[in-house]
Structures are given as structure tokens and as C-alpha cells.
Design a protein around this ligand. Structure first.
Ligand code: GAR
Length: 200
């Protein structure tokens, strides 16, 4: 069984895609051990509760430093025997001590084809606003391993999505989620599950 933690900050539609993949049997032998949000009001926590998944709000501002926050997060996840950490719309930049504690076991979904429209300041709707402002005709989503940089880790999967005439940031965001993010995030988890099995 692959025990994953899903870290969220908002609506949690990517969390929902993982829950759906598990419940439909597309993702086998995967369990969500916990959902952690940095915001108490994140709707993702309601989604977790609706599916009897333990949810927790852990906020950087409640610690003296990002290092203390990173240590606490690592201890919290180790205590729960988490194998893989999935950042699904998680908007906190994790500190180096946390990255080190789970190196090679943290993945992130980003709503563009990296290396376009990524890095500091590119998150959520801003990514799609920038893609439309540049006039790209194709965008998409990327799942990648997380290292100390912002969106710099090795790429696991990408899926392209066409920009359509008349797209707004909101319509483009929705299409990228539906056609790319919700598809490749569960797929990436399955790929890592197989890699970890092959290694053991
Ligand atoms: C998603 O589009 C995700 O790719 C993006 O935030 C959204 C969260 O939606 N993440 C980033 O921009 C990270 N740089 P969700 O809460 O409905 O899954």
C-alpha cells in the first residue's frame, strides 16, 4: 500500500481527482493517509472530511521559523508513515529541511508546460493570465518532483491543452484542470508507486 499525504491550500479539485481515482479503482493500493492545509477555510479540508480522510491545518505563521515548520511537517508525516507527499494546489514554499527529509518523495502539479509560466509568482489563475497575455496557442500541466527551487525539479509527466479563441483565464484554467491536471496527477502517483515497488 502506498500511503500518501496530500498538501492543499484551496478548492482541492486535484485532491478530488486523486480520491476519485482511488474510489473508482484506477489507483490501486493507494491510500490518502492525511490531507494538510495551510488554510483553515480551504474547501479541500471539507472534501477530505466527506471521504473520512484525516485533515489537518498546519500554518507556517504558527511557528517561529520556516525551519521549525519544516521539522514539524516532517515529523507529522513520518509519524503517519507517509511514503509520498503530493502538493495539489499547495501555495507554501516548503523549506529545505523538509525537502531533505522527503527527498525524491515529494511531487507537485503545476498548471503550465514547465519551463513556461513557472517559478516565483506563477500560481493559480496568474499562470493562465500570463499564458493568455503571451498569446500561446498551447498550454497544459506538469507533474514534477520537488527540489529546493520553485518548479525546478525533474519532470514526471506533462499534458498539452489547446488555448481556444475567446478564452479567459478562468475558462483556460478549467480546461487545463479537466483535460490535464486531473488526468496526469493520478497517473504520476501510479508511476511512482511502480518505481518504489521495483526498487524494494
Ligand atoms: C491548480 O490549478 C494547481 O495546478 C495550481 O493551483 C490550482 C489548485 O486547484 N497550483 C499551482 O499553481 C502551483 N504553482 P485545486 O485546489 O482545485 O486543486
Amino acid at each position: 500500500m502506498l500511503n500518501i499525504a496530500v498538501l492543499v491550500s484551496g478548492g482541492g479539485t486535484n485532491l478530488q481527482a486523486i480520491i476519485d481515482a482511488i474510489e473508482s479503482g484506477k489507483l490501486k493500493s493507494v491510500a490518502i493517509g492525511c490531507v494538510i492545509s495551510n488554510r483553515k477555510d480551504a474547501y479541500a479540508l471539507t472534501r477530505a472530511a466527506d471521504h473520512n480522510i484525516p485533515g489537518e491545518c498546519i500554518r507556517p505563521r504558527d511557528f517561529n521559523s520556516m525551519e521549525e515548520y519544516g521539522d514539524h511537517m516532517a515529523d507529522f508525516l513520518r509519524t503517519r508513515n507517509i511514503d509520498l507527499v503530493v502538493l495539489a494546489g499547495f501555495l507554501v514554499v516548503l523549506p529545505a529541511n523538509f525537502i531533505n527529509a522527503f527527498r525524491g518523495r515529494i511531487i507537485n502539479i503545476h498548471p503550465s508546460l514547465i519551463p513556461s509560466f513557472c517559478g516565483d509568482g506563477f500560481y493559480g489563475l496568474k499562470v493562465h493570465e500570463a499564458a493568455l497575455a503571451r498569446g500561446v496557442k498551447v498550454t497544459g500541466a506538469t507533474v514534477h518532483y520537488v527540489d529546493e527551487g520553485t518548479d525546478t525539479g525533474p519532470i514526471i509527466l506533462q499534458k498539452a491543452v489547446y488555448v481556444e479563441p475567446g478564452d479567459t483565464p478562468e475558462t483556460l484554467q478549467k480546461r487545463v484542470m479537466q483535460q490535464a491536471e486531473w488526468v496526469i496527477l493520478p497517473e504520476a502517483i501510479a508511476i511512482i508507486q511502480k518505481e518504489l515497488e521495483d526498487r524494494s
